[in-house]
Design a protein around this ligand. Structure first.
Ligand SMILES: [Cu+2]
Length: 164
């Protein structure tokens, strides 16, 4: 193997962990093969330990395709326990992510409506029920939480979480 090829391979290894394809893997399946620092680390944080949650945020979801609150500010490294209540009469969900990943995920849901998806950064909530997400926002940035039920993202069921 020539030096040039090795450099190319090293370059790929450096680029792939942040690539969009892998980001999607994070959303749909645990990826034990990933070589990042902590297993489960995403660009928008990591699953939190409920015992270390310092803040509880109640998020309500409605058939008006809105979250309440629609925006929140989080301190970096804060672990937030979200209590996610579905006030509507249809299934809703809350999924945290980067704006790019959520948009990509919503597009995929349109193509594959029966796609199974579940992860620690999501809560699927039946009408009248509540779910929970415990999330450690250990990366600074502007993130979103969205409902990925078919058509809801397009209807604007998106909130914003700023971590600083
Ligand atoms: Cu919804």
């Amino acid at each position: 193997m020539g030096t040039d090829l090795r450099l190319v391979l090293l370059g790929l290894a450096a680029v792939v962990p942040d690539g969009p394809a892998l980001a999607h893997g994070e959303a749909h399946a645990a990826s034990p093969k990933r070589a990042s620092a902590a297993p489960g680390q995403t660009r928008f944080g990591i699953a939190g330990d409920p015992a270390r949650a310092t803040r509880t945020v109640v998020v309500e979801m409605s058939d008006q395709m809105r979250f309440s609150p629609e925006a929140l500010v989080v301190k970096r490294n804060e672990t937030v326990r979200f209590v996610v209540r579905n006030r509507g009469s249809v299934m809703h969900e809350m999924a945290i992510g980067t704006p790019e990943e959520l948009a990509e995920h919503a597009a995929l849901m349109k193509r594959f409506p029966d796609m199974e998806h579940d992860a620690p950064h999501m809560a699927h909530v039946k009408p009248g029920a509540s779910g929970e997400i415990v999330w450690n926002f250990n990366r600074a940035g502007t993130f979103e939480f969205a409902c990925l039920a078919l058509g809801h993202f397009e209807a604007g069921m998106i909130g914003r979480a700023v971590v600083r």
